[in-house]
Design a protein around this ligand. Structure first.
Ligand SMILES: [Fe+2]
Length: 393
């Protein structure tokens, strides 16, 4: 584990993260939180008794919630959607996208389609509105001067069929993981994502969406990760890339890279003064033969697989990170005298690091806790497609 002296020397976005680490050390009680009403559970149980062979009987499993602190903010609950036609339309569309993802190893979903899917999963229109402004509360980044950031860790737990917030851990990516930048291998401390984002039902629906697409999808495997685990870690970044008259904002300063995970999802929240027509923030996907670290201006056509540009709220790219490298062009301003910004949610998802004795040496070995977050708990149920008909992966 990291010592207190070592942690004090790490690059951090603000002192709040350090306080969070210190607080987490004093936390002993584990939390299992699920925010549902007795009425919602009763409605599902009633439906099961009426038609025990209906697919909803498998959706989700019987839940035994722990006592949870009172919250006045409703959270996403797919079990409350099971009598709404829009829910099944969303599930059907997501299953089509999942098939496309399995075949193509990446998908790009238009924001207008994502709105329908997230609403179908139970997100509220008001939370969709709030999501567009959540990046206004980003302030700094531990190593990049042109970026404002927060992160948070979540667990896709396919045994409990839920996704929950995990306790704070520092973050690192290494050259070994095809991430070559001045801060490669450096342990970084980000400000933490707050309830403003994690309790937003549209955000929670994005997590459920990613779980539905990726669960059970076989990929090329990374070394020193535990591919037998049914618990995946999802590190979520809320990022604002900023170009000013004095500094160029680069969504991927590292050039061609991978994110060191199994599945990466990038969702566009909005931009100000960004020149979309000038090829701002275009994502290029490359085959694995492209040179790691190459700038987007140096990429070779023979390795280029596709090009996408997030333009509209909730435009979403999902790719198999072990089978695609990617790079991005910078954020260019329309008015060069003013700041230009681009706001994103980035969802990294990978298997846990193998523990000592199984295969040591992964850069995240000491920062891969799966303990729930004590101060910022969140847990919502997942819908798992492989479970509809009682089948496993
Ligand atoms: Fe990336």
């Amino acid at each position: 584990m990291l010592t207190s002296t070592a942690i004090k020397q790490l690059p951090r976005a603000s002192t709040r993260s350090l306080r969070s680490i210190q607080a987490s050390r004093t936390r002993l009680q584990l939390h299992r939180l699920y925010h549902e009403t007795p009425q919602s559970r009763a409605s599902v149980e009633t439906a099961r008794s009426i038609n025990p062979t209906d697919p909803i009987a498998n959706l989700p499993p019987t839940w035994t919630p722990s006592p949870a602190p009172t919250t006045i903010r409703p959270q996403l609950d797919v079990t409350k959607q099971v009598f709404k036609p829009s829910y099944y339309q969303a599930v059907a569309e997501i299953m089509k996208l999942r098939s496309k993802y399995i075949t193509n190893r990446s998908i790009f979903v238009e924001g207008s389609d994502m709105v329908s899917l997230l609403l179908g999963l139970g997100a509220t229109p008001s939370d969709l509105d709030r999501l567009q402004h959540v990046s206004n509360n980003l302030y700094s980044d531990p190593t990049l001067p042109f970026r404002r950031s927060r992160n948070g860790r979540f667990c896709f737990d396919f045994s409990s069929q839920s996704v929950r917030r995990l306790e704070f851990q520092p973050f690192a990516l290494s050259v070994e993981e095809d991430f070559k930048r001045h801060d490669s291998g450096q342990i970084r401390i980000f400000d933490e994502v707050q309830d403003e984002l994690q309790l937003n039902t549209a955000f929670q629906a994005l997590l459920v969406f990613k779980g539905m697409i990726c669960h059970g999808v076989s990929t090329t495997q990374r070394p020193r990760l535990d591919y037998s685990s049914d618990k995946w870690v999802c590190t979520l970044f809320n990022l604002r890339t900023v170009t000013t008259p004095h500094i160029l904002g680069e969504p991927a300063l590292e050039g061609v890279h991978t994110d060191g995970v199994d599945h990466t999802m990038t969702t566009y929240l909005g931009a100000e003064n960004m020149d979309v027509e000038a090829n701002s923030a275009v994502t290029y996907m490359h085959d694995m033969n492209e040179e790691t670290g190459a700038k987007y201006t140096e990429i070779k056509p023979q390795h280029l697989k596709s090009r996408v540009q997030h333009r509209h709220f909730l435009d979403t790219l999902l790719l198999v990170d072990t089978e695609n490298k990617h790079s991005l062009s910078p954020v260019l301003p329309v008015d060069e005298t003013k700041e230009a910004t681009r706001d994103m949610l980035i969802f990294f998802t990978r298997r846990p690091v193998l523990k000592k004795g199984d295969g040591v040496g992964h850069i995240s070995e000491a920062i891969d806790s799966f303990r729930p977050h004590g101060e910022l708990p969140m847990e919502v149920p997942l819908f798992l497609p492989g479970k509809i008909h009682g089948k496993g992966e």
